[in-house]
Design a binder for this molecule. Structure first.
Ligand SMILES: C[S@@+](CC[C@H](N)C(=O)[O-])C[C@H]1O[C@@H](n2cnc3c(N)ncnc32)[C@H](O)[C@@H]1O
Length: 204
């Protein structure tokens, strides 16, 4: 299992803040592309990925949307059908289904709760997970040993929050996928490929 944590300081924290204009809805379009890059393969769906979306935009930050979609069983009972064009709708529904004080599983494998970015990372650190921050200035990912069940942390168009970043550096290894600045979704696609290749080579 590999995990990604996507942080967005602008992504909306209530369903009614998502309009048809996705780019003007706190750049939820970036989160949608990140979901697609996390789970979708050509004619296939990854079931070895968990994605944490940490939204810190208005009106009720923070919100933690955890996605590890069920892929087995009957659609509408054990799983929901997720197509690329429906991702925005699913995120909007998930935000609407938030319930105060609980981690609510709104659909099979889709949870929502009120939890901040740093808290999520700290919990994974306590579990002893191998944490990596995706950062252009980090070590070349191809030269870094990636531990079992890795967790990769990345930011939105504005990057990761500076204050929290300082605290994260003690818990995580900064890794770079190259000198160019990539879209968040491209970063996820590249890291997924890197991890796939290491698994194929028996290195992970
Ligand atoms: C569009 S970039 C953010 C650009 C933003 N201006 C900044 O300074 O961070 C979105 C995220 O993708 C990841 N990313 C982009 N290019 C990368 C690279 N070359 N190496 C590692 N991570 C990268 C980073 O986590 C970044 O926060």
């Amino acid at each position: 299992m590999r995990e990604f944590i996507y942080y967005s300081r602008t992504a909306p924290t209530s369903g009614n803040y998502i309009s048809d204009d996705l780019m003007r809805s706190g750049r939820i379009d970036i989160a949608i592309h990140t979901v697609i890059a996390s789970f979708f393969l050509s004619h296939n769906f990854r079931n070895d990925v968990k994605l944490h979306l940490c939204f810190a935009g208005p009106p009720d930050p923070p919100k933690h949307l955890e996605l590890m979609p069920n892929t087995e069983g009957t659609t509408g009972v054990d799983k929901i059908y997720l197509s690329k064009k429906d991702v925005g709708w699913v995120l909007k529904k998930l935000l609407y289904k938030y319930r105060k004080g609980v981690k609510h599983e709104a659909f099979p494998g889709y949870w929502i709760e009120k939890k901040g970015f740093l808290e999520i990372v700290k919990e994974l650190d306590k579990e002893g997970r191998n944490l990596y921050i995706l950062d252009e200035k980090g070590k070349d990912i191809r030269k870094v040993k990636i531990g079992k069940n890795p967790v990769f942390i990345l930011g939105d168009h504005l990057g990761l929050p500076t204050k929290e970043l300082k605290r994260l550096k003690g818990m995580c290894t900064p890794v770079s996928i190259g000198k160019k600045t990539y879209f968040a979704s491209q970063t996820v696609a590249i890291v997924n490929n890197e991890v796939d290749r290491r698994e194929d080579a028996g290195e992970l």
